[in-house]
Design a protein around this ligand. Structure first.
Ligand code: ME8
Length: 680
């Protein structure tokens, strides 16, 4: 039997892991959940291995983008950000992300640190006053050179228009740090992951660095530059400093010496603690340059150690285009959590997209992973043994195993290999690989049940072979409850409870990773509960499968090169007149309307569009219209859309409606026009 082993010195280290801090210009979406869940997975893995972890996330609340949004709302920046920040925290709570700290850049603790960092950069002689003239993108709060822009002076990432700026500005002597950065890259070959991204960073620095404008004078919503209140600190210098502020690193003490400060300050590496302290920033690839070039240069100038690693993951995309607040082509995570639960969404995000690469979000894959991997794979394995057989075989107690055969031996060997592989993959920030590896064990254990047929042994050999078989499956499930816990934290607690095990209790210096077979104690009472992943009701499946991605968006930019404009400002592809005439838009009159049972959104309409029989059309407008409001109304119908099924009912067209966050409005016609006439 195995007992948890004290971890090696390397695992007993401090581990500081951060997400980006997110702009609060809009509501959070599944992309923000993605980064934060990924960091949560790594944090939970490191804790299982006995590390002392500090996990930081938060919100980026200054800058012109936020100021403009606040002005649109007619409120000041503080009131606006106070309203916009909580949904981010709530989303991360809903996603069960166990962050240790949530920092907001409007907090006094952060402002003090930004001003302290500024003073250090000034003391090192790396700041001078000048004038900036060039392009600025408010949507990504970034300065761009002319050649980086897309056709039509568009930001290469957000595709929003950039603005010409000319104003007094303080500059940071970034150009001076090119050689030092290249030296750092050379001596820290893992500084940026994945390595292909590291190559891009190196090429960028090798191409020569320009000094960086680090203050703005044309707006006010930011942190004042010490001793020059006309200027606010550039929002990226402000934002990056959050990683130090949360540790209180610059609170006191001379440059480069975190000593004498809070214990948290020891999470930032110094030359003396490199082997025991790791600081890792996980970011999306869109913001790698800020983290891998500007940030280490600022830190070097301030006499501080750069972080250990920057991990740049890929994007969740819709039709190949990054989901983003500015393009509004994103999926909202909360309805998915309502439909499936938190852990299945975490699983999908970590499994379906290779970490480091882009991946299209797919409702169909989400449902397939839930039903297949989770329900039929893991859930079924537990169910087959703990629910179905154990109560009959042992009255629910863990049996004492007898001698093993080659079938058990090979399952144990496989479990041991899977455990090692899984740890390697988590270590390497490859949660998709870790899960692939874990599912080798899920499948092998299910196959073992098929081969050993415990339900037959219950009759033929209940006292000899059956206990060994049941113990083997139960112990496999115990291993799975640890291996999977970084990704499925609450389902694994449930799984452990059903196995009669206590929750996993992480402790610094204690390695809980499964190593030796046989820790389940015979005689322990199991507690069969409800299935881990109950079958999805058909209505929920239909709703998920019919769910649209909020808006269509243009194809990805081709590495910042200029391309002819193929999309309009709404991200829609430009079409020929002939394409437009293919759509048969017709005036329809609503004859009957009724709610679709079990659907909160759908109404079933019978619409006269000038044909002998009315058309049955399902319209997702129930949240705004009662059926009786619609009878006799004339609206615009797409009459040549191929029929499709929603909630088991055929929809033979589509009703046009406009919607935003606050609701929707169907496109009614206000004159008495004959049903069936073309609209165009
Ligand atoms: O850039 N797929 O904030 P932001 C995957 N405030 N991840 C995505 C994503 C997608 N489609 N969309 C967003 C900022 N993200 C700055 C950061 S850090 C000091 C300052 C995630 O609100 C991803 O991590 O634009 C990306 O880097 C981050 O959100 C950008 O969030």
């Amino acid at each position: 039997m195995s007992t948890p082993s004290p971890s090696s010195a390397a695992d007993a280290r401090r581990y500081y892991i951060t997400t980006p801090i997110y702009y609060v210009n809009d509501r959070p979406h599944v992309g923000h959940a993605y980064s934060t869940v990924a960091v949560d997975v790594m944090h939970r893995f490191q804790e299982l291995k006995g590390a002392r972890v500090h996990f930081l996330t938060g919100t980026d609340e200054h800058g012109q983008k936020i100021e403009r949004r606040a002005q649109e709302e007619g409120i000041d920046g503080q009131a606006f950000t106070d309203r916009m920040a909580p949904p981010f925290r709530q989303l991360f709570d809903t996603m069960n992300c166990g962050y240790d700290d949530f920092i907001r850049t409007t907090e006094p603790r952060h402002k003090r640190q930004v001003q302290a960092l500024w003073k250090r950069l000034e003391e090192s002689g790396d700041i001078y006053l000048g004038e900036y003239e060039g392009w600025y993108s408010v949507s990504s709060e970034t300065f761009f050179t002319e050649k980086e822009l897309l056709e039509g002076n568009l930001d290469p990432i957000t595709r929003k228009p950039v603005e010409r700026v000319r104003e007094k500005s303080y500059f940071f002597k970034l150009s001076k740090y090119g050689p030092k950065l290249l030296e750092w890259f050379e001596s820290h070959p893992d500084f940026v992951q994945p390595s292909t991204r590291f190559n891009e960073v190196k090429r960028f620095v090798e191409g020569g660095l320009h000094d960086l404008s680090i203050s703005r004078t044309s707006f006010r919503w930011g942190i004042g530059v010490p001793n020059d209140p006309q200027h606010v600190v550039y929002v990226w210098l402000d934002a990056l400093t959050n990683y130090l502020s949360a540790l209180g690193l610059l609170e006191t003490g001379p440059a480069g010496a975190p000593s004498g400060q809070t214990d948290l300050a020891h999470f930032w590496p110094t030359k003396g603690t490199l082997s025991t302290t790791r600081a890792v920033h996980v970011v999306g690839k869109d913001i790698l340059r800020f983290h891998a070039v500007y940030w280490p240069a600022f830190l070097m100038a301030a006499g501080l150690q750069p972080p250990h690693q920057i991990w740049a993951h890929g994007w969740l995309t819709a039709d190949g285009v990054k989901m983003s607040k500015s393009l509004k082509n994103f999926v909202s995570p909360l309805p998915l959590v309502d439909a499936l639960g938190t852990d299945p969404l975490r699983y999908y995000l970590m499994r379906d997209v290779a970490f480091g690469q882009d991946g299209d979000f797919s409702h169909a894959n989400l449902v397939a992973r839930y039903t297949g991997d989770l329900g039929n794979g893991l859930g079924n394995l537990l169910n087959r043994v703990v629910q179905s057989i154990l109560p009959k075989a042992t009255e629910g107690r863990i049996p004492t195993p007898g001698p093993s055969t080659s079938l058990e031996d090979s399952l144990v060997t496989l479990a041991q290999r899977v455990s090692q592989d899984t740890a390697t993959h988590y270590h390497a920030f490859a949660p998709h690989r870790a899960l692939e590896s874990i599912w080798e064990l899920v499948s092998a254990a299910n196959k073992y049940v098929d081969q050993t047929e415990p339900w037959a042994l219950l009759k033929s050999d209940p006292n000899h072979r059956l206990p060994t078989v049941l113990y083997t499956v139960l112990e496999s499930l115990r291993w799975l409850s640890v291996l999977l816990s970084p990704v499925l934290p609450s389902k694994c607690q449930d799984l452990r409870k059903q196995l009669g095990l206590p929750p996993l209790a992480v402790r610094q210096g204690l390695d809980l990773w499964p190593q030796a077979w046989g820790a389940l104690i015979p005689g322990t009472m199991t507690q069969p509960g409800t299935p881990l992943f109950p079958r999805l009701p058909e209505a929920v499946q239909d709703q998920l499968l019919g769910a649209p991605i909020a808006a269509q968006a243009p194809p990805p930019p081709d590495n910042h090169t200029k391309k002819p404009q193929t999309h309009n400002s709404n991200g829609k592809p430009m079409i020929e007149f002939d394409d437009f005439t293919k759509v048969d838009l017709r005036l329809g009159k609503v004859l009957q309307a009724e709610a679709v049972p079990k659907s909160t959104k759908l109404l079933k309409l019978q619409v006269d569009i000038g044909e002998p029989q009315p058309r049955q059309i399902l319209a997702g407008i129930r949240t705004t219209y009662a059926p009786e409001d619609l009878i006799g109304k004339k609206l615009v119908v797409v009459a040549n859309l191929k029929p499709r099924k929603l909630m088991g009912l055929e929809s033979q067209g589509m009703v046009l409606a406009a919607s935003d966050d606050d609701g929707l409005s169907a496109l009614f016609v206000d004159k008495d026009i004959t049903p069936g006439v073309s609209v165009g």
